[in-house]
Design a protein around this ligand. Structure first.
Ligand code: ADP
Ligand code: ADP
Ligand code: ZN
Length: 214
């Protein structure tokens, strides 16, 4: 099963992607996590990406496309994969289609987690992220067992620099301008599954699984 997650920053893409990845035993590939790991390790890619990310802008297509196309060719992706945070622009979607086409493959579902802008700001101010394993939590909606410590790997949690209200507003603008057009793009391919992302995490998950297994 080849799935991509669509939705505004903070809509719950990562949360659902992680749950789907466990259920179907296919890799969860988050471009945001890949960039954050590169920044943490001070790589060339990390240095190039950091300025864009801190400003709430997208990293240029040429820095992300090859990275993803190479990743999904790896052995562990044969059964399928979940792309979280990619594609984010029409050129990225076209590059992905082109790469899959060459292998006679295609995206099965684009899961659009739909949450209005008003709800996003609250979600982001309460989001806590683990830089160790990429898990995300929410202080109110999805708390950890011990405060500020990741349930999965035990590392300390952080409030992401780009989750501050000012940067979130910018990211929402960028989303509407550059990423939202992908909803139409996948609808035209008959691959779109839109789910109401304001519901409880488990309700969202069960709704998605219900459609995938129809
Ligand atoms: P969120 O989970 O809030 O949607 P991500 O962790 O997916 O955010 O991404 C964080 C930042 O990383 C983005 O704001 C952007 O700067 C960069 N980024 C991630 N994926 C992409 C991509 N496919 N294209 C361009 N920039 C990206
Ligand atoms: P994205 O990957 O789309 O940026 P995340 O999965 O990181 O979004 O979720 C953003 C924040 O909202 C996190 O703090 C997460 O715990 C919380 N969250 C995710 N789904 C829900 C939901 N259905 N209801 C309430 N909070 C949620
Ligand atoms: Zn962790």
């Amino acid at each position: 099963m080849k799935i991509i997650m669509l939705g505004a920053p903070g809509a719950g893409k990562g949360t659902q992607a992680k749950m789907l990845s466990e259920k179907y035993d296919i890799p969860h590939i988050s471009t945001g996590d890949i960039f954050r790991a590169n920044i943490k390790n001070n790589t060339e890619l990390g240095k190039k990406a950091k300025g864009y990310m801190d400003a709430g802008q997208l990293v240029p297509d040429e820095l992300v496309v090859d990275l993803v196309v190479d990743r999904i060719k790896q052995q562990d992706c044969f059964k399928g994969f979940i792309l979280d945070g990619f594609p984010r622009t029409i050129p990225q979607a076209e590059a992905l289609d082109y790469a899959l086409n060459n292998q006679n493959e295609k995206i099965d579902y684009a899961v659009n987690v739909d949450v209005p802008d008003e709800a996003i700001i609250e979600r982001m101010s309460g989001r806590r992220a683990c830089v160790g394993c990429g898990a995300t939590y929410h202080i109110k909606y999805n708390p950890t067992k011990k405060p500020d410590v990741c349930d999965v790997c035990g590392e300390k949690l952080i409030l992401r620099e780009d989750d501050k209200a000012e940067t979130v507003k910018k990211r929402l603008e960028v989303y509407h301008e550059q990423t939202q057009p992908l909803i139409d793009y996948y609808a035209k391919k008959d691959a779109l599954l839109t789910v109401d992302g304001t519901q409880d995490i488990n309700v969202v998950f069960n709704t998605i699984v219900g459609v995938l297994e129809k």
